[in-house]
Design a protein around this ligand. Structure first.
Ligand SMILES: Nc1ncnc2c1ncn2[C@@H]1O[C@H](COP(=O)(O)OP(=O)(O)O)[C@@H](O)[C@H]1O
Ligand code: SF4
Ligand SMILES: [Mg+2]
Length: 344
């Protein structure tokens, strides 16, 4: 990349999502770690796009490579990781950009929130000091403007008595309130894309639902795209427009979430959904017998084969490609046509 200063992305309305180019275009991304057990491929040939103002859920069990994928896109993997592929934003590849260029993208192009709000908050500083610090690090606003913006941000994330909360320390706030503060900090520089890694897992169910509603509303009103990583189907169903189901580092099914829930094509997705889930229902993941494979010792062939109750001989011999099963709906399974036919 040769540009010294990265242009800020323009922000159209969310209504133009379909016509506009994707906010993020991920192509064949692969992340490999060296481990004592040998090379471990945490992210394997992953491709997807996120449209403007769209919410994409990355859904999968623990250890499927979801966090590794987000960290790869954000450029926070250890130097020892071998990363290939492209993650294009505004025509620029996030994967090959250098640290200085990356610093310019953080906050305004993309921003990340993690599962535990306490890791993102400093216990020694007030909410106001932390938001002001974030703003001053990424922009050249005056202290007074930053303080005014901090108040606006607390209002944006619907925190009651925001003036009072600005003066509070993190330990004085509830878990739900702290996560709203973290979201406010992530929004400080108006990112085009928010990456959220299990942002509600540490919260109880009622608070979780409110935080998800807030994220969805922010996506709509600000035209901001979101990638949310979750192991919980009910979270994905509550917030996402699109879903990518990950298994053993690969996407095994992707498409509009209503379509995937209505007519899942991959045996793993079917297992996640259980027998009785219908669009709009909030069900927890049904347990799938067996456990996810060790990514450093993947079986030959389809990685789901040892747990798949419809596997055939061919499944142990090679990895199926992602195939289009309906417009915008892809699945990676040798039986995709038969399985699809069975569901009709
Ligand atoms: N920095 C790393 N070094 C070695 N292995 C890693 C590293 N980060 C993640 N992994 C491995 O990659 C796999 C996927 O992990 P992760 O992306 O955290 O899964 P998920 O978020 O879906 O639970 C796991 O086997 C994990 O141990
Ligand atoms: S390719 Fe074979 S083992 Fe893999 S999910 Fe499909 S049927 Fe099951
Ligand atoms: Mg994770």
């Amino acid at each position: 990349m040769t540009t010294a200063v990265l242009e800020r992305p323009t922000r159209d309305s969310a209504a133009t999502a379909d016509a506009a180019p994707p906010v993020l275009d991920v192509r064949n991304v692969r992340t490999e770690f060296k481990t004592h057990g040998g090379p471990l491929i945490a992210v394997n040939d992953v491709s997807f796009t996120v449209g403007r103002g769209r919410v994409l859920a990355i859904l999968g069990e623990s250890g499927s490579g979801k966090s590794a994928l987000l960290r790869t896109i954000l450029g926070i993997q250890p130097r020892s990781a071998t990363i290939t592929g492209q993650a294009l934003m505004n025509g620029v590849d996030l994967i090959t950009m250098n640290e200085r260029e990356r610093e310019q993208t953080r906050g305004s192009w993309l921003s990340m929130i993690f599962q535990d709000p306490m890791t993102a908050l400093d216990p020694l500083f007030t909410v106001e000091q932390q938001i002001v610090e974030t703003l001053r690090r990424h922009t050249d606003v005056s202290p007074a403007t930053a303080a005014a913006r901090a108040l606006e941000l607390l209002q944006l994330v619907q925190i009651p008595s925001p003036e009072r909360r600005l003066k509070a320390y993190p330990f004085e706030l509830s878990g739900g309130m702290r996560q709203r503060i973290v979201i406010a900090m992530a929004l400080a520089c108006s990112p085009s894309l928010l990456l959220a890694d299990e942002p509600t897992t540490a919260l109880d169910v009622t608070v979780q639902a409110r935080v998800l509603d807030l994220l969805k509303e922010l996506s709509r009103t600000l035209g901001m795209s979101i990638i949310i990583v979750t192991h919980d189907l009910s979270v994905a169903a509550a917030i996402a427009d699109d879903v990518a189901v990950m298994y053993a580092g690969r996407i095994v099914e992707q498409g509009p979430i209503r379509e995937v829930i209505r007519d899942p094509q991959h045996p793993y997705t079917r297992g996640l959904l259980g027998a009785n889930v219908r669009p709009g229902q909030r069900e927890r993941l049904a347990a799938i017998p067996g456990s996810p494979p060790n990514l450093a010792r993947l079986p030959a062939g389809c990685a789901f084969a040892p747990r798949c109750d419809v596997a055939i001989e061919r499944c142990a011999g090679g990895m199926p490609e992602l195939q289009l099963t309906a417009p915008g709906h892809l699945a990676r399974c040798f039986l995709v046509q038969e399985v699809g036919a069975m569901s009709k």
